[in-house]
Design a protein around this ligand. Structure first.
Ligand code: BYC
Length: 324
């Protein structure tokens, strides 16, 4: 039988565990060469790789409008935004690589349909107003979620997020400005803007993840200072940001129940459709199959570039060796 003394010894942290715990308790940073528990590493690889995949898949709904943007200026802005998303994906894949996972493994998982990416990118973008709604709502939600991640305890992730958030904040403003211009336009343009807001509002609330009592990862991620706020806390913060901005735009948020409860300071809202969310996560959203197919085709079409780059690197290595 295990005696209480044995139990005490079993639960005593090793010097590495104590060091890790002390860094987290002091709100410090864990760096790639530091010891870390396997579960902490796995959680980070899970979250950072999903985040990277979201950025890369997230290029598709907007890329759909690059050739059809209503002016040269809008086209240039949209191209720059989509390129920014590619850059975000690359910072994040690099951050995940510092944890010992390879880019190839992450990409293979995405292409095989085994990796998650944000639910939000499985919806279609039928009108130009969708570019406004994505910027205002999707990038707005991304900022709410990601500003606290700048303080994530894992150094490479937190540092990548600082740069990403600066760019997301520009993206959010350009989306707001597209909607503002449409709302100052003809009745047909106003209807187009409202329709896009109606379609993107609920999926943007789902971006924050399941309600707190159904979020298996939140408690541990908060203990490790990866997440700083729960999913519901961030969702509340986001709605609080949207309400005054919707008034300026002159759009209606499509929730008749939405109101601020003065006593608690919280927004009361209708029930989010979690069945729809789970369907999208299971791969059965409106655009899941198309998004993955496009990514897979792009990967296959790019095979010759990867082969050429590898052949060139090998040739350079031989030349360097010969010169040495
Ligand atoms: N979509 O225990 P939970 C962007 C999964 S990029 C899909 O609360 P966690 C942008 C979750 O992964 C936007 N899956 O998890 C890009 C977990 O499944 P697994 C992406 C979701 O990790 C281009 C399960 O549900 N942003 O903004 O504590 C253009 C239970 O959830 C979703 C990030 O990735 C979802 N919406 O919290 C424009 C930010 N929600 O892994 C914009 C970084 C939940 O156990 N990530 N799941 O199989 C995070 O902050 C957190 O991972 C989440 C979820 C808040 C998303």
């Amino acid at each position: 039988m295990t005696s209480p003394a044995d139990l005490a010894v079993a639960s005593d942290p090793t010097p590495e565990e104590a060091q890790f715990g002390a860094i987290i308790a002091a709100d410090g940073r864990i760096e790639p060469r530091d010891w870390m528990p396997d579960a902490y590493r796995r959680t980070l690889v899970r979250q950072i790789s999903q985040h990277a995949h979201s950025e890369i898949i997230g290029m598709q709904p907007e890329a759909n409008w690059i050739t059809r943007a209503p002016s040269l200026k809008r086209k240039a802005i949209l191209m720059a935004k989509v390129q920014d998303e590619a850059g975000h994906g690359l910072y994040l894949y690099s951050a995940a690589q510092t944890l010992g996972t390879t880019r190839d493994d992450m990409m293979d998982a995405l292409i095989a349909g085994k990796a998650r990416y944000s639910s939000i990118f499985n919806y279609p973008t039928p009108t130009w107003a969708d570019m406004g709604a994505i910027g205002w709502l999707v990038d707005g939600a991304a900022i709410c979620n990601q500003v606290p991640l700048c303080r994530a305890s894992y150094g490479p992730y937190g540092r990548a997020m600082v740069r990403i958030c600066k760019e997301e904040s520009f993206h959010q403003r350009q989306g707001f400005e597209i909607l503002l211009e449409l709302m100052r336009g003809t009745p047909a343009q106003q209807r187009m803007a409202q329709d896009a807001v109606d379609r993107w509002y609920w999926p943007s609330l789902q971006m924050f993840g399941p309600p707190d009592d159904q979020s298996p990862n939140s408690a541990q991620s908060m203990e490790w200072n990866i997440k700083r706020f729960t999913n519901d806390e961030l969702r509340q913060r986001f709605v609080g940001m949207l309400v005054p901005q919707a008034e300026v735009l002159g759009v209606t948020l499509p929730d008749p129940e939405l109101r601020l409860d003065e006593a608690s300071g919280r927004y009361v809202m209708s029930e989010i459709d979690w069945t729809e969310f789970n369907e999208v996560l299971a791969g059965r959203g409106p655009m899941n199959a198309e998004r993955l197919k496009r990514r897979r085709d792009a990967h296959e079409d790019g095979a010759w570039v990867r082969e050429a780059a590898a052949a060139y690197a090998a040739k350079r290595a031989v030349q360097r060796e010969a010169a040495a």
